[in-house]
Ligand binder design. Sequence first.
Ligand SMILES: Cc1ncc(COP(=O)(O)O)c(C=O)c1O
Length: 349
Amino acid sequence: MLPLPVLEKAREEMLSFNGIGMSVLEMSHRSSEFEAVLESAKNGIRDLLQIPENYQILFLQGGASLQFSMIPMNFLTEGHSADYVITGAWSKKASAAAKRCGRVNEVFSSVEGGFRSIPSQDELRFTNGGRYIHYASNETIDGVEFKYDLDGFGTPVVCDASSNILSKPIDIEKYALIYAGAQKNIGSSGVTLVIIRDDFLEIAPMGQHPMLDYRNFAKHASMPNTPNTWGVYLIDLVCDWLRTQGGLDAIKEKNEQKAALLYEVIDSSDGFYQGHAERNARSVMNVTFRLASQELENRFADEASAIGLNGLKGHRSVGGIRASIYNAFPVSGVETLVDFMGDFAVRNG
Ligand SMILES: Cc1ncc(COP(=O)(O)O)c(C=O)c1O
């Protein structure tokens, strides 16, 4: 979901942005109006996440999936290795892409246990001299989330934060690079946010293909070519909305409250609903659970959909049920789902 005030503002300005008689969809990305939008979106992200000046904020395209390749193409260069922490489907994909470029050490994997857990910092041992450590702070499909910002103890940390960025404050200085597809908490699809520290950018090789070159995006303020102008505009509106909500501390509290309501129904259902993630690994953004049979899960999703609760079927690769409760999903929506779950359990238990 996008916040309703964001959609309303976008609708209002669809035909004429700031009264100039033209939509953001139509204006040149080189116009002063659009440059101001991009600058404002960047500042919005910088303020909310309290990003220091030695980090560049870039808007790219190609989704988070392109970052799976672009990161190793730039940093896993000859003679180097990188550590990958595998906690779910997305970090596994990232690792597979990196293996095409160079030596990958999977220093942790919870694949055997069905991606239900998150390692503690103490469980992780990184390779001496590794180029970077990659992990996904929230695994969208499996519903497991890191509750801490991983520390590389000197090795640069690269994080796929696609599905929990802007859901809570983070300690940016722990990271060399953070990336996220915008379509969950930042805006719409078609923009990838990349936050990269200057000293990490410095070690990217020269002479990279221009559209795969972080330096090129940094040098041209995210516009070596035409960016997704509408997508950047929506990011600016979402940042404004987040500020009106009280920023990331306030949104974190609200998100935890929403997730707690759902986990509570699961835990008090006498096993009718079985949470997928181990308790200390439970995601605040994606609540994953199973029912006794696929038939029951299908009925659950169909009945929910009939009362306006859509998108509850788990990812096609794992099945089950998944409630994605990103920033813009209201507490009232969670309450409706909780009521439905209680009622469904009584009728089918
Ligand atoms: C954690 C995570 N990483 C990567 C991706 C892939 O993103 P994209 O579709 O923008 O390439 C997703 C998509 O849902 C995701 O949730």
